[in-house]
Write a protein that binds this ligand. Sequence first.
Ligand SMILES: *[C@@H]1O[C@H](CO)[C@@H](O)[C@H](O)[C@H]1NC(C)=O
Length: 320
Amino acid sequence: MIVKPLLICAVLSSSITLSLSLSLNFLAFTGYGCDTKAVIDILAHRDATQRAYIQHEYRTMYSKELLKRLSSELSGRLEDAVLLWMHDPAGRDAEVIRKTLVMDQNLEAATEVICSRAPSQIQYLRQVYYSKFGVVLEQDIEMMTSGDHKRMLLRYVSTPRYEGPEVSREIAEKDAKVLYKAGEKRFGTDEKTFIQIFSERSRPQLNATNSCYHELYGHSLKKAIKKETSGNFCYALLTTVRCAENPGKFFAKVLRKAMKGFGTDDSTLIRVIVTRTEFDMQYIKAEYVKKYKKTLNDAVHSETSGNYRAFLLSLLGPNE
Ligand SMILES: *[C@@H]1O[C@H](CO)[C@@H](O)[C@H](O)[C@H]1NC(C)=O
């Protein structure tokens, strides 16, 4: 009998997954008590496709939801982190936005997530948001935020933006001048102009405007934003421009703030590590060690403990 190579592959990969869900069941959920460490170590090293596959296999084999099982076996911060990790990236963003915006009313966190995502990610997560929660993202933003912050977020999630790398120097210069006129040059701020430019320009274009602003006026656009605006509106504009400039540096800063001083902001630690691991964690780690003279792994190690620590460190990968 000749077995086609493709078929062998399929059989092999399915048996790997099969034994994985079997071992999950055996390790975690038999009478020996919960060998949590083994389970989270397996899960931390699976990518989004594999995690979806494991959940599917688990459902087929045990007629049960793996997430429910994990939820009943784990608790506290470890549970929060593992359950969030199990989603695919868009589903995770939708979960995080819903939780921060509606449940916790942590508007700074919701703003961080929304304004740091690329336009195509936002379009996709809006669809997932609706299918998960039965409400349109804009409705929740409308309900939970106010003023210029609300206007900025609504425009930001609903305006399609170009995602290519090209920039126009001419437009960057023009926008820098328009922003100067709308802000520092006048008495009071013309917020509408800020919202328009920040929600319509591509990231590379906004980054070019940021550089132009510096050349023309001797200080950064970020400084102007801090001077001219405040609160969550200020944070939305700053997040947008920081992510246009250097997203790794932006998230390193968010993590640092979550760990600095007394106590730890675990929900921020979980949110950033779990949602960035599959995207740009190596850049975040590089920026972190450059700026704070300590590796991100060491910082997380000293702020956390037990299996929660082990899970976050598995996601972070090598200590470098
Ligand atoms: C933003 O512009 C600066 C200065 O021109 C440049 O060094 C940096 O690489 C740009 N950032 C991105 C993400 O392209």
